[in-house]
Design a protein. Structure first.
Length: 345
């Protein structure tokens, strides 16, 4: 019978720790700031300073997708749940991902050339190798953010706006996105905190508390206008129903949401950020690994989900290899592990 993951430290002023062991010796420690907030804005638990300002990066893509519903574009273009899930995705660039985004763009009279996210090799290694074997180069469809960008292009197309420069902060599409983030997360964003994300879209630093609160409101609708709450519910339902399209084969977002059986949504962001939210519990989660280590972020989120009992025994076993991660060398020999440090830390 599976045992729970290692217990989290008691909430308090200090971050909790994800540690890397080589043999039995601790080799590295990754401090994690995290908070759990209810839809009324009350802090349920926090480790470290939840008022610290951090870039959400891709962890708030579901909120960024709200204008896709609210503008009427999603209905005008008959977007499926898979496509709605991809509007909030950081996908692996697998063939099903690129095929879905490509067909979506073609249906609205656009193409990969209209995306301003740039191209990179797929995160999914087999897909990347197949592209190389064909002596081809990746396109913007392989970019992990291509679904989000397709959503932005859809909004501009539906409203008759120039799609050029849709990634710029002053473009009407981005002004709607920023307004949605401010409303849902309950904060007025200081223009001085704006920066440029990896996919060329704006990202802005906000307190971790507000990020978690925003996702609690996003999945419950508490405090949101009726139409916005309905749009958020629709996006959350698509993400929960189609987790493969949010990330992909073997990726933690996909695996953990499949294991959760619809009880929560979860989304990674670059530099060690993760968000999650449960309508059932009325709670939002946000965390930041202070040194930006991605492998520590999924271990940290696994611990928080265990803390909230959002994974049953079967679910824990499904995600355990990605939470209590084995550290193997190039010969496949286990040489250590990655997991939560004991509460004493």
């Amino acid at each position: 019978m599976g045992q729970p993951f290692a217990a989290l430290p008691t909430p308090g002023a200090r971050p909790f720790i994800v540690e890397v062991k080589r043999g039995t010796q601790v080799e590295s420690r990754h401090p994690v700031v995290a908070t759990i907030v209810d839809a009324a804005g009350k802090t349920v638990a926090a480790w470290g300073d939840p008022q610290g300002m951090y870039f959400p990066r891709s962890s708030n893509k579901a909120i960024q997708a709200l204008p896709l519903i609210e503008s009427g574009a999603a209905d005008a273009f008959s977007l499926s749940q898979k496509e709605l899930a991809m509007s909030g995705a950081s996908h692996g660039g697998e063939e099903e991902h690129t095929r879905t985004v490509g067909a979506w763009l073609a249906r609205i009279g656009r193409s990969a050339d209209d995306l301003e996210c740039g191209a990179h090799w797929p995160y999914h290694e087999e897909t990347a190798r197949n592209i190389a074997r064909r002596q081809e180069a990746p396109t913007s469809l392989n970019n992990n953010c291509s679904g989000k960008h397709a959503g932005m292009v859809s909004v501009a197309t539906h409203l008759g706006e120039d799609i050029r420069g849709y990634v710029k902060p002053d473009h009407p599409v981005q002004r709607r996105v920023t307004a949605a983030i401010e409303d849902v997360c309950g904060i007025k964003i200081d223009p001085a905190t704006f920066a440029v994300d990896g996919c060329s879209m704006p990202t802005m630093a906000i307190p971790l508390h507000n990020l978690a609160w925003g996702f609690a409101r996003f999945v419950t609708g508490v405090g949101l206008a009726a139409e916005r709450a309905k749009a958020a519910q629709r996006i959350a339902a698509a993400v929960a129903a189609e987790p493969f399209y949010v990330a992909g084969t073997g990726r933690f977002c996909t695996v953990v949401m499949q294991a959760g059986k619809g009880r929560f949504i979860a989304k990674t962001g670059a530099e060690g950020v993760y968000t999650a939210a449960s309508a059932e519990l009325g709670l939002g989660i946000a965390l930041k690994v202070l040194d930006g280590t991605a492998r520590a972020a999924q271990t940290a989120l696994g611990g928080l989900l265990e803390h909230l009992k959002l994974l049953d025994e079967t679910g824990r076993e499904q995600v355990r290899p990605l939470v209590e991660q084995p550290l193997n060398n190039w010969r496949g020999i286990n040489v250590g592990s990655i997991g939560l440090a004991p509460p004493a830390f």
